[in-house]
Ligand binder design. Structure first.
Ligand code: SF4
Ligand code: SF4
Length: 494
């Protein structure tokens, strides 16, 4: 449902008399009871679904008792079928599992098993260089023994699944595919794990410069060595030279959430767009590491999801998008409304190429993010430049270097981060109308007075209200797709 927005661009807000920390004066409810009793809270179902007073199955509440959960089959299957039969079935399952992997039976290959095992792996709170199950030498006693030593143990009987199988432990050869096949496989797996866009970069000597020298959390050095396996000591983490590929992927953010600000003040709702993407990424990273491990390869990440290397740089090299004035990757499909993550691997992958969709050139004349930045920390210069503005910038590329400390200071003031620049960006809109596609084509291809044409598009973007923020409370009444990010045409529910 489209609702008129009341909060517009900085200038419009000033004209309306809203102050710098302007509150949201559009609240329609005075207390939570009013919200929950509002007709807007009704769950919208298809017209052919009718509500009834009783479920369609009969229930005898006289007979119904509280149930001992230990009786469920996942817990007591062996008791129900008998120990001997259970052991025999498990042995046969183990034999078949191995045999079908070796036979490459469709649907039962090592790749298929890896996807299944990795999908249940999610839930790591911290990220880990070598995998959430990894423990240094000598600390693995009892950890994952059930899953490692008994391949017949199902994920249902061992929900914790502390350590996934490697092909070696399973007694089968590791996965082998061409770089092209592997790239296709990882893209499919990552989409299954919740990623949106996926690309690959080869770690050449030049590209290695984008891997951090020192970890931001514990100060350990990150080094490359000619070793078979990654390892870490008290002083360093070591990436094997053979791990020559970087998988780069994005997790989309909800436009509906990120545009919920109160005047210039970011809200907890707008911050939730970012938080949800990072939460999703933890799962995706954990699952991807597990997937690679089960296939027989290494997947290495930082001590936190933004660690190990410079995410926007890898995203640009992988062709997920172009660098924008906000010094983040902007993709043709989702604009800046995504977070980028990366993982280094020894699985050979065909690199994807950088792209030119006219985005960086568009940023030259647009400047909306810089005009709207509440901390005035984005550059308003037309052309990008080589000179960093402070030690927080990494030199060596031509861009609009930003005043990051002022940005972070504003986050502290706002209590809810910021991301106003993401929210107002001309590329932050749903791909639901043909006109947006036509504008993007013009931005990418037009050679006739491109600066003037791009400036016209920026002006129209503002006039049509695309930079406007939306009513904060309305979000709670919307029927959105999962994660509120489903952008393809025809799938919008609002
Ligand atoms: S996050 Fe906010 S303060 Fe930081 S650059 Fe973007 S608009 Fe400015
Ligand atoms: S708002 Fe405009 S200048 Fe800023 S990043 Fe988006 S397109 Fe570029």
């Amino acid at each position: 449902m489209k609702r008129p927005s009341t909060v517009g661009k900085k200038t419009r807000r000033e004209n309306m008399g809203l102050d710098r920390f302007g509150g949201n004066d559009t609240t329609q409810f005075s207390d939570i009871d009013e919200v929950t009793s509002s007709s807007k809270g009704v769950w919208k179902r298809p017209w052919w679904v009718r509500e009834v007073d009783k479920p369609t199955m009969d229930i005898d509440w006289e007979v119904t008792e509280r149930f001992d959960a230990r009786k469920i089959q996942q817990m007591s299957w062996r008791k129900y079928v008998g120990e001997d039969k259970a052991n025999e079935l498990n042995k046969r399952r183990e034999e078949k599992l191995r045999q079908w992997i070796l036979e490459e039976k469709p649907g039962y290959t090592l790749r298929d098993r890896a996807l299944d095992i990795a999908g249940a792996q999610a839930g790591s709170v911290k990220t880990s260089f070598q995998g959430s199950w990894y423990k240094p030498e000598g600390q693995n006693k009892g950890d994952g023994s059930a899953f490692v030593s008994n391949v017949s143990t199902s994920k249902l009987t061992d929900p914790a699944r502390p350590k996934p199988l490697s092909p070696e432990e399973l007694g089968v050869p590791r996965w082998e595919g061409s770089p092209q096949e592997n790239a296709r496989m990882i893209r499919s797996a990552l989409k299954h794990f919740g990623a949106d866009q996926v690309g690959y970069v080869e770690l050449t000597e030049q590209h290695k410069k984008l891997i951090y020298e020192v970890d931001s959390l514990d100060g350990k050095r990150i080094e490359f060595e000619n070793v078979e396996k990654a390892y870490e000591t008290e002083e360093k983490r070591v990436i094997p030279e053979k791990a020559r590929w970087v998988i780069v992927f994005s997790i989309q953010m909800s436009e509906e959430l990120i545009k919920r600000k109160s005047g210039l003040m970011p809200s907890a709702l707008s911050a939730a767009a970012t938080g949800a993407a990072y939460g999703q990424a933890r799962n995706a990273l954990d699952q991807l590491q597990c997937f690679l491990h089960v296939l027989g390869y290494q997947g290495l990440i930082g001590t936190w999801y933004n660690g190990l290397g410079i995410a926007p740089a890898f995203a640009v090299l992988a062709g997920l998008g172009e660098l924008g004035r906000i010094n983040r990757m902007i993709s043709p499909e989702h604009g800046p409304l995504q977070r980028v993550f990366k993982i280094v691997t020894d699985l050979p992958l065909e690199p994807t190429k950088p792209i030119d969709a006219g985005i960086m050139n568009f940023c030259r004349t647009c400047k909306v993010c810089a005009d709207e930045c509440p901390a005035d920390c984005l550059s308003k210069k037309t052309d990008p430049y080589w000179e960093p503005v402070g030690p927080w910038n990494n030199p060596g590329h031509k861009t609009w270097y930003e005043d990051s400390p002022s940005c972070r200071t504003w986050w502290a003031t706002s209590t809810a981060g910021c991301s106003t620049c993401f929210a107002v960006c001309a590329f932050s809109k749903k791909n639901i109308s043909l006109i947006h596609d036509l504008v993007k084509i013009a931005i990418a291809k037009n050679k006739i007075f491109p600066d003037q044409v791009n400036a016209f598009f920026t002006k129209m973007d503002g006039i049509f209200g695309y930079q406007d923020q939306r009513e904060i409370e309305d979000w709670w009444d919307m029927e959105l797709p999962p994660r509120g990010t489903n952008n393809p045409k025809g799938s919008q529910l609002d």
